[in-house]
Design a protein around this ligand. Structure first.
Ligand code: PSV
Ligand code: MN
Length: 388
C-alpha cells in the first residue's frame, strides 16, 4: 500500500501548462459569446492565467498562440509574466486562419504557400528564443474534403520536407512537437490524422521531435491510454493537450466527460515514467470555455488533473503485479478500481493548506472578487477571441 505522504514528492512536481486562448472568448461555428471581464490583451490573458497558478500552485507556465498573442516585445512579455509569478511556455503556430492556407500550409501544392507557412514557423522559433520557450507545437489543419482534391502521397512528402526545414532551425534546447487530429476542418482526409503518422514524421526528423497527444483528437471509442503507452515506449511522447469530449473535439473541462478515461490515461503516463523528474512529457491544457467562466473552468481542469494523478499514484502497483502474475483477472481489475474510487479530496485539501494554498481554490477564487474586478475594469477595447 502506498500512503499519501509517499506520493507528496510526485504531487509537488506536477506542473500543468495553461493555454492563453482559454481566457479569451471562444465558441462554436455557430456563435462566439462575449463575456464580461474577458481579456483584451495578451497581458490580461497572462494575468488571468496567473490567478490559476496563484490559487493552485499547479500552473506555472502559459502557452501562447501566434499570431493571436503576437506582441512587439516578447522579452518584456516574459518579464510581465514573471512579475505575475508565471513563465511563458509552448509556442503554438497557426496556419489555419489565413486565406492563403485554404488548401493547406506545410503540405500545400504551391511552393510559395509552403514558404509562407515555413517562415511563420521560423518566426515562432525566433519568438521562442525571446520567451525562453522549449517547445514549438505544430497542429496543421491541412487535409482535403474530396477524393482526388489532392495527391495524398505528394502531400506527405511535402510535409516531411517542410518539417525538416523547420526542424533544422531549432535552437539549443528547443523541441518540435507535432499534434495529430483525426478530422476537422478537413473531412475526407487529414495530413496528420493519427499518432502513427505523427510518429513517422517526428521519427524521420530526429531526437528533438516528439508527438503531442490531444485527448479530443481521436475517433470515439479509441483506447487512448494504449497510444500513450506505445508513444512512451518509443520515447516519442512529448506533450498532451488535455481536455474532455463527448462527441468530437469538444475542448471541455478535463475529466468532465469521462473521469475514468482520464485516470486510465494518467495511469499509463505514470507507468511509463511520464511524470518522473526529467521526463520529456509536458502536460498542457487545450480548452475553450464557451458557457462557463474561464478562470474557474481552468481551475477545475488543473484540479481534476491533480486529483486524478493522486489516485493514480496511490495505485497499489505491487498488488496489481501480483494479481497479473497469478492470472487473477478480477483481483487485478479490483486493484485498479480501488485506486480510481479512492477519495483523495480531503488529503489534497490538507496538502494545499500545507503549501500555503487555499483548501478549495474554486471557492477562494469566487470569494476573491477578481471576477467582479475584471468585469468592472475591462470595459472598452476589443475582447480577445478564438481567432483574434
Ligand atoms: C486543433 O483542434 C487544436 O487542438 C490545436 O492544438 C490548436 O492549436 C488548438 O486546437 C486551437 O484551439
Ligand atoms: Mn490541441
Amino acid at each position: 500500500m502506498t500512503t499519501f505522504e509517499e506520493i507528496v514528492p510526485a504531487l509537488d512536481r506536477l506542473a500543468i501548462e495553461v493555454p492563453s486562448w482559454a481566457y479569451g472568448n471562444s465558441g462554436t461555428r455557430f456563435k462566439v459569446f462575449a463575456s464580461a471581464g474577458t481579456p483584451r490583451t495578451v497581458r490580461e490573458k497572462i494575468a488571468d492565467a496567473a490567478q490559476v497558478h496563484a490559487l493552485t500552485g499547479l500552473a506555472p507556465t502559459v502557452a501562447l498562440h501566434i499570431p493571436w498573442d503576437r506582441v512587439d516585445d516578447y522579452a518584456a512579455l516574459g518579464a510581465f509574466a514573471r512579475e505575475h509569478g508565471v513563465a511563458l511556455g509552448t509556442i503554438n503556430s497557426n496556419t489555419f486562419q489565413d486565406d492563403v492556407y485554404r488548401l493547406g500550409s506545410l503540405t500545400h501544392h504551391d511552393p510559395a504557400v509552403r514558404r509562407t507557412a515555413i517562415d511563420h514557423h521560423l518566426e515562432c522559433l525566433e519568438i521562442m528564443a525571446h520567451t525562453g520557450s522549449r517547445d514549438l507545437k505544430i497542429w496543421l489543419a491541412d487535409g482535403t474534403n474530396y477524393p482526388g482534391q489532392g495527391d495524398l502521397r505528394a502531400r506527405q512528402d511535402r510535409l516531411h520536407d517542410s518539417l525538416a526545414e523547420i526542424y533544422a532551425h531549432l535552437g539549443e534546447g528547443q523541441r518540435l512537437v507535432l499534434e495529430y487530429k483525426l478530422f476537422e476542418p478537413a473531412f475526407y482526409h487529414t495530413d496528420v490524422p493519427d499518432w502513427g503518422t505523427a510518429y513517422a514524421h517526428v521519427s524521420a526528423l530526429g531526437e528533438r521531435a516528439y508527438v503531442c497527444l490531444d485527448t479530443g483528437h481521436h475517433a470515439p471509442g479509441t483506447n487512448i491510454e494504449f497510444i500513450v503507452t506505445q508513444l512512451l515506449r518509443l520515447g516519442k511522447l512529448g506533450s498532451f493537450d488535455l481536455n474532455s469530449r463527448f462527441y468530437a473535439d469538444d475542448d471541455l473541462i478535463v475529466g468532465a466527460a469521462d473521469p475514468f478515461q482520464l485516470f486510465r490515461i494518467l495511469a499509463e503516463v505514470v507507468r511509463g515514467g511520464g511524470l518522473d523528474a526529467g521526463s520529456p512529457v509536458a502536460l498542457m491544457l487545450d480548452q475553450c470555455h464557451n458557457v462557463e467562466d474561464k478562470i474557474p473552468g481552468q481551475l477545475r481542469s488543473v484540479l481534476n488533473v491533480q486529483e486524478t494523478v493522486a489516485k493514480v499514484l496511490l495505485l497499489d502497483r505491487d498488488a496489481l503485479a501480483a494479481a497479473q502474475a497469478a492470472g487473477d483477472v478480477l483481483a487485478a481489475n479490483a486493484v485498479v478500481m480501488d485506486a480510481f474510487w479512492t477519495d483523495v479530496r480531503p488529503a489534497l485539501a490538507d496538502y494545499r493548506v500545507s503549501r500555503g494554498l487555499p483548501a478549495d481554490p474554486v471557492a477562494a477564487y469566487a470569494a476573491s472578487g477578481y471576477q467582479a474586478r475584471i468585469a468592472a475594469d475591462r470595459v472598452g477595447g476589443t475582447q480577445a477571441s478564438w481567432g483574434a
